[in-house]
Design a protein around this ligand. Structure first.
Ligand code: H2U
Length: 351
């Protein structure tokens, strides 16, 4: 029997994180009698009222009243995981009981005053304002902190606690695990090839075309070769190659707004629901100070990690084998890319 990538199990390597993924496409045929997500969770429903603490004019957890904002709005998280001023823990030289200081700040950024207007429903000009604010926030925080994580949890199934369209920004004095691993892997590749791993990856994906979902002069959106989540995608800049969000040129910023509208519309169109996901940005750590470190081994990238697998109600779980052995997926990244590519870029709810 000859090997068929869409039929036969295999393991794939993720060079960004030095890890392997088990791909078992034959498993797509298995019946499902486990948990389904409530479809209500993924409906296009906002929560426009004064009791929603993210809405304009609403009172937040700390008693502050939001202004009647008309565009994006950023505020300090009232329940932050990271605080700026905390006592320093005692040092320990025991390799089994290491401890280190952790300082930081957490912010919430509302995308739009209207709770019902998610990113795919927003106008491109409104999405551009979100991108500009991401860049402002990164600019300000990266001069003070080692890592600025911008991320969006969308949908209750991804732990989002509020239906109002928003993201979070956590800045920390330490470099978290994910960027630490990516930094190490990209640096190693750069030392061996004298080229950035992801710059080479973009070039190769453009030649192969098997996993590209969206392509324009400034960006490609691909289901990465090593994707773990069923419809995971990566947004990668092309042409000009920024190491971080703050280095995007104006053309890339503008076309990013179009790309975000397109990919989030495709996601919603896939199962005709408000598609849940976690998304975020990874770029070179800045170091602390006015001038960010030059890190030619890095290429900025956006990541969408959506849990849905078969329908608006059946999701992938990251459990047993994944938690104890390694990540596993059923649908191949090429099959996922073809499904997304074939979908309209126009949101199903917009006439
Ligand atoms: P999530 O939906 O991703 O959980 O983000 C909402 C954030 O908003 C969450 O981190 C914050 C929560 O702490 N929040 C406030 O800061 N003030 C409030 O009054 C409500 C929610």
């Amino acid at each position: 029997m000859e090997f068929n990538v869409n039929e036969h199990q295999h393991i794939r390597y993720n060079p960004l994180k030095d890890e392997w993924i088990l791909v078992s496409p034959h498993r797509m045929l298995r019946p499902w009698s486990g948990q389904t997500e409530s479809n209500d969770e993924n409906k296009l429903e906002g929560n426009n009222n004064k009791n929603n603490p993210l809405c304009p004019g609403a009172t937040r957890g700390n008693g502050e009243v939001n202004p009647m904002y008309t565009s994006t709005y950023v505020f300090k998280n009232d329940f932050p995981a990271l605080l700026e001023n905390v006592p320093t823990p005692p040092s320990s030289d025991d390799p089994l009981f290491k401890i280190a200081p952790a300082r930081g700040t957490c912010r919430v950024m509302c995308f739009h005053p209207n709770s019902e207007v998610t990113l795919p429903i927003m106008k491109v000009t409104e999405i551009k304002l979100v991108i500009d604010e991401w860049i402002n926030q990164a600019e300000e925080l990266q001069s003070k902190y080692r890592w600025v994580q911008i991320f969006e949890n969308k949908g209750a199934s991804m732990g989002c606690s509020n239906p109002h369209p928003h993201c979070q920004i956590w800045a920390s004095s330490f470099l978290p695990n994910e960027p630490t691993i990516k930094d190490r892997c990209q640096l190693q590749y750069y030392k061996e090839h004298n080229r950035a791993l992801l710059v080479d990856y973009v070039e190769k994906e453009l030649q192969r075309k098997e996993r590209i979902v969206i392509e324009n002069d400034d960006w490609i959106v691909v289901v990465p070769y090593w994707a773990v989540w069923p419809f995971e995608t990566m947004l990668l800049p092309r042409g000009h190659t920024p190491q971080r969000l703050t280095e995007l040129n104006e053309s890339q910023r503008k076309s990013l707004a179009i790309v975000i509208k397109s990919i989030t519309s495709k996601y919603d169109n896939l199962f005709k629901c408000s598609f849940p996901y976690s998304m975020g940005w990874h770029g070179a750590p800045t170091g602390v100070g006015n001038k960010p470190l030059d890190s030619p081994h890095w290429l900025l990238h956006g990541i969408y990690l959506p849990p849905l697998l078969r329908s608006a109600t059946i999701r992938k779980f990251f459990v047993g084998y994944e938690l104890l052995a390694q990540a596993q997926r059923d649908l191949t990244p090429e099959q996922a890319a073809a499904r997304l590519r074939d979908l309209s870029e126009k949101h199903y709810s917009l006439k």
